[in-house]
Write a protein that binds this ligand. Structure first.
Ligand SMILES: [Zn+2]
Length: 102
């Protein structure tokens, strides 16, 4: 059966697109470093004392420190304290604020 040239071209284009789509691997979506939420993320820079380097974290609104806490968050430990204080303040977490919980 002879195809109309337009139909043959369209089939070839669709086949080309399908073969490309099969070879594309999607990168994993960025998510919060504390939970798996992937929306409304905020980049956060903190010092990792053990490594001695600044690391970039993504935090969701639940785990992002409150505005008045942000100036006092400078390393991972103070970030953990700020998160625990925030979660305890809004009764989201049953964790008590203790250094060993961090
Ligand atoms: Zn989170």
């Amino acid at each position: 059966m002879l195809l109309h040239p337009r139909v043959a071209l369209e089939r070839a284009r669709v086949q080309r697109l399908r073969s490309r789509a099969g070879s594309v691997e999607l990168a994993p979506a960025p998510s919060c470093c504390m939970c798996q939420r992937s929306t409304s993320l905020c980049p956060w820079l903190v010092l990792d004392d053990q490594v001695g380097a600044v690391c970039s974290l993504l935090l969701c609104p639940k785990h992002k420190p409150l505005l008045h806490q942000q100036n006092s968050v400078y390393n991972i430990q103070t970030l953990g304290f700020a998160m625990l204080h925030k979660l305890n303040r809004y009764r989201v977490s049953a964790l008590e604020i203790k250094p060993e919980n961090l």
